[in-house]
Write a protein that binds this ligand. Structure first.
Ligand SMILES: [Zn+2]
Length: 355
């Protein structure tokens, strides 16, 4: 998903936040002779950061700037290349994304797919051909952490010595999931979550979000603008959050049988996205309860539920809240690797503090 704002200004990077990174790239893209060039363009860039923090948006902006026909350090949005990029049909730009595969066993992380050897072979063949429109060809490899060993090994050589007209852009969640030889061949940009104030501002200016909604989404986003924009565009997601919170509150006073039934239903859905979204909503809830217990009401994310946060903060012991937050973290990690989703969810439900 990309979060390019609807209004693009010629000559301005279409990016909220991450200013240090866009300034660095602008210097590298500056037409030579304009200023003293202290930064050189690299043939490979790696964008690291949590999901939906803006890695793909950033990489696409860089791709547009690299392909743009204007001699500015930012996309002009008027030339043929910029227009083709906006239409997602520039012949010299390719996205390489993990492809899903159907597994007999339900392993949550594997449902997201893989980057496979044949995709690397295709990229290498494409990269060898001359660009069709301009001087460069840009490839964007998304979610490199999902590359299988064959893909990673095949791509290494191209990363080291790509044809002169090729720029490779790579995104990944974190450095530890990649071969060190991949990281060392790229210019690395680690994108950090944005300040919620900036997310709120961006939602209001770029996407015309009403102030209350912008504030709530900015707080819930944990600094991931892409996540916030996604929620804004899909109002059904906020209904999902309401349901996830309602089931949390209900299950706190439910007995063992009810809790295990819920766990069974959740496991049976085999839907990793809704599973992780539930964990995220529950985690943000308990963090708020903990913050309220420490007297930091202003720092809470679920600002539309202050009354209930205060109620739970007074009712449940701080120790139990901390323990359950640790359980949520542990189960989340476990779910990414286990085949026994049901067992993990049973533990999650049985350890839920009672109200
Ligand atoms: Zn242009």
């Amino acid at each position: 998903m990309t979060t390019t704002p609807p209004h693009q200004t010629p000559g301005v990077w279409p990016i909220y936040g991450h200013t240090w990174a866009s300034q660095y790239l602008q210097r590298a893209l500056q037409p030579s002779g304009d200023v003293e060039r202290t930064v050189r363009l690299s043939h490979a860039y790696l964008f690291l950061g949590p999901p939906q923090v803006g890695k793909t948006t950033f990489a696409r902006a860089l791709a547009t700037a690299l392909l743009c026909h204007a001699t500015t350090a930012a996309p002009c949005y008027g030339c043929r290349a910029c227009r083709l990029m906006a239409l997602d049909s520039h012949p010299d730009f390719r996205m390489v994304q993990p492809t899903a595969r159907v597994d007999k066993e339900f392993v949550v992380d594997r449902q997201k797919g893989e980057l496979r050897a044949e995709q690397a072979e295709q990229l290498i063949r494409d990269a060898a051909l001359r660009p069709m429109e301009g001087r460069r060809k840009v490839f964007l490899i998304q979610d490199m952490q999902l590359a299988n060993p064959a893909f990673a090994n095949k791509i290494l050589k191209t990363l080291e010595e790509p044809p002169a007209h090729v720029v490779l852009l790579v995104t990944a969640h974190h450095r530890a999931a990649l071969l060190p030889t991949i990281v060392s061949r790229c210019q690395v940009f680690e994108l950090r979550p944005l300040d919620p104030i900036l997310v709120r501002q961006a939602l209001q200016e770029g996407w015309q979000a009403p102030p209350n909604e912008a504030d709530l989404l900015a707080r819930l986003s944990a600094g991931r603008l892409g996540w916030a924009v996604d929620q804004l565009r899909h109002p059904e997601r906020s209904e999902e959050r309401s349901r996830q919170l309602a089931s949390l509150w209900r299950l706190m006073s439910a007995d063992r049988v009810d809790r295990l039934n819920f766990s069974g239903e959740l496991a049976a859905q085999r839907d990793p996205q809704s599973l992780f979204s539930l964990l995220e909503v529950w985690t943000s809830w308990w963090r708020d309860v903990l913050l309220a217990q420490a007297g930091c009401h202003d720092a809470c994310s679920n600002v539309d539920q202050q009354e209930r946060i205060t109620h739970h903060a007074g009712q449940i012991e701080g120790r139990a809240v901390q323990d359950y937050l640790a359980t949520l973290r542990r189960i989340e990690g476990y779910l990414r690797h286990t085949v026994n989703v049901r067992l993990a969810l049973d533990v999650l439900l049985l350890k839920l503090p009672e109200a």
